[in-house]
Design a protein around this ligand. Structure first.
Ligand code: C2O
Length: 548
């Protein structure tokens, strides 16, 4: 195993990823940031310097479990104090499993300002995957807003609530195209929006005819659920969130924020031309135009537009197609991890949107999450009981009388920073359930667990669904994941073993939803956590702690 040492400088820079110029958070001048390439067992060291000057920062290593290093999870308020301007913080952790992972900001709503990138962990030398390919590529899909993350955050947390709305464009590997003539205040100033700016020419992925590519596709959207397609090419899904999938073929790959997939594609079409790669918003009736990139067959010019109209994506409200993909994802036959047959604790999490003291919030079991000033990991380890609400949120709700098809009217919802305390090494079932506020949407919420993978035991629909009937759980070949969709009117059943000492967030990966309280925190085995590095301290009740 090797040590991979990175020095990153995080700062704001003017960029035009979709032709519209705005301030973007970059790493060493880039957004998406540099791809971390490593091999299983390697140690990653990232020395991160905060050059934002007026903003704190923290970076989360999404999908990396941080076994033995819970303080490197990068979740501000949960595992560390924010990195203040001018400071350099050292993240150090082992990438203990092969697969496709991500990193992104985990402070406020900075992720949508462009602070994200890919992590690719290869197998040790001499080992191979249960599929073959010639080349390996990564792309991240994202949605893009022209307003600043501050305008969004202030709008969401004001009495005069302002929703972020639909994104202006979709980016493929950091590049998109906004039609400058549709600006609400059109400007002839090429410095505002400039369609000929090379920064917003479409991303091109070059392929050699007849070769097979492993394409690692991930979504880190702020809001949108996406479909992804490659004109004239099928995709064989082989990996999801670092786990091998029993292969299946799709034309449209649905991705929710925080999910990663590997698909195999064969460059077996007419090699005299290029092809479109497209991404569309699904699940919301959005006005956002599709994102476009080019699959460039060597030796055609990578800028040459494909001689066809980009293929249309699936209908935004085709819930069935999306549910079918969720159901198709099973563990690869040769790589099944059998889940424990029963669980020790069942937590049912009902997600609702409601008003608390006039503020629009998301709640889970009527509790809307808010970050404490002292990160949980430190408060728990040092037994600072004043640091957060010691009352745990409830393990469920009155689901017998709850009408999933009615607009929820949860007048008794509260804001709290209480957490779930899980007994170490016990098995927990989570059943996350999603009613809908608006019968005309089919919104899906992706839930992401830090520090663990869970088994996806099943998807329920409607009121009398499967957590009442665990016999319907798939205990034979469930996939393990770290991010999973909870479809509208439905629920998703997950099981995980609380075997990683620390404090871990479990939240909706839609950035504005987590910001509005749609998340929870689990603690388990805090007594087994090693000595905390003082570099994570310095805020809240740890003010004045000497930092190196
Ligand atoms: Cu990728 Cu807590 O998030």
């Amino acid at each position: 195993a090797r040590i991979r040492h990175y020095k990153w400088e995080v700062k704001y820079e003017y960029k035009s990823p979709d032709c519209f110029k705005k301030l973007v958070i970059t790493i060493n001048g880039r957004s998406p940031g540099p791809t971390i390439l490593a091999q299983q067992g390697d140690t990653i060291i990232v020395e991160l310097t905060n050059s934002l000057w007026t903003e704190n920062v923290a970076i989360h290593w999404h999908g990396i479990r941080q076994i033995g290093t819970p303080w490197s999870d990068g979740t501000e308020g949960v595992t560390q104090c924010p990195i203040v301007p001018g400071d350099t913080f050292k993240y150090q952790f082992v990438v203990d499993r092969p697969g496709t992972y991500l990193y992104h900001a985990h402070y406020g709503m900075q992720r949508e300002a462009g602070l994200y990138g890919s992590i690719r962990v290869a197998l040790p030398d001499g080992e191979s995957e249960p599929f073959s390919y010639d080349y390996d590529r990564s792309i991240i899909l994202n949605d893009w807003y022209h307003k600043s993350t501050y305008e969004h955050a202030v709008g969401l947390s004001s009495l005069n609530f302002a929703w972020v709305g639909e994104p202006q464009s979709l980016l493929i590997q950091g590049k998109g195209r906004f039609d400058c003539s549709t600006l609400t205040t059109p400007s002839l100033d090429p410095d505002v929006c400039n369609a000929t700016n090379p920064e917003c020419s479409p991303y091109a992925m070059t392929v050699v005819p007849d070769k097979t590519y492993r394409l690692r596709v991930a979504s880190l959207t702020a809001l949108s659920a996406l479909s992804f397609q490659i004109e004239g090419h099928n995709m064989t899904v082989v990996e999801a969130d670092g786990h091998y999938v029993e292969p299946f073929v799709v034309k449209n790959l649905f991705l929710y924020s925080g999910e990663t997939y590997s698909v195999l594609i064969k460059a077996d079409q007419d090699p005299s031309r290029n092809y479109w790669m497209t991404t569309n918003v699904v699940s919301r009736n959005a006005t956002t135009p599709p994102g476009l990139a080019i699959l460039n067959y060597y030796p055609n010019h990578p800028r040459r537009s494909p001689p066809a109209v980009p293929p249309a994506g699936p209908a935004w409200d085709n819930v069935r197609a999306r549910l079918d993909q969720s159901l198709a994802i099973k563990a690869h036959q040769g790589f099944i991890h059998i889940p424990p047959p029963t669980s020790d604790r069942v937590i049912v999490l009902l997600n609702t949107q409601n008003t608390i003291n006039g503020y629009v919030r998301w709640s889970v079991n009527n509790v809307s999450f808010t970050h404490p000033h002292t990160p949980y990991l430190i408060a728990l380890k040092q037994n600072l009981t004043e640091a957060f609400d010691q009352t745990s949120p409830p393990d469920g709700y009155d689901f017998v009388n709850y009408d999933i098809y009615k607009t929820p009217n949860n007048t008794n919802a509260t804001v709290s920073n209480g957490i779930y305390r899980l007994q170490f090494n016990t098995t927990v079932d989570l059943y996350s359930k999603m009613p809908t506020r608006n019968p005309n949407n089919s919104e899906t919420h992706p839930w992401h667990l830090h520090g663990h993978d869970f088994w996806v035991l099943g998807y329920g629909e409607g009121k009398f669904d499967m957590f009442n009937d665990p016999k319907k759980y798939n205990l034979v070949n469930p996939i393990m994941k770290n991010t999973v969709p909870v479809h509208r009117y439905g629920g998703t059943a997950l099981r995980f073993r609380a075997d990683n000492p620390g404090a871990w967030a479990f939240h909706c990966h839609i950035e504005s939803h987590f910001y509005m309280g749609m998340g929870v925190v689990f603690e388990s085995g805090i007594d087994k956590v090693g000595k905390l590095p003082s570099s994570i301290m310095g805020c809240g009740a740890t003010r004045g702690v000497h930092r190196p």
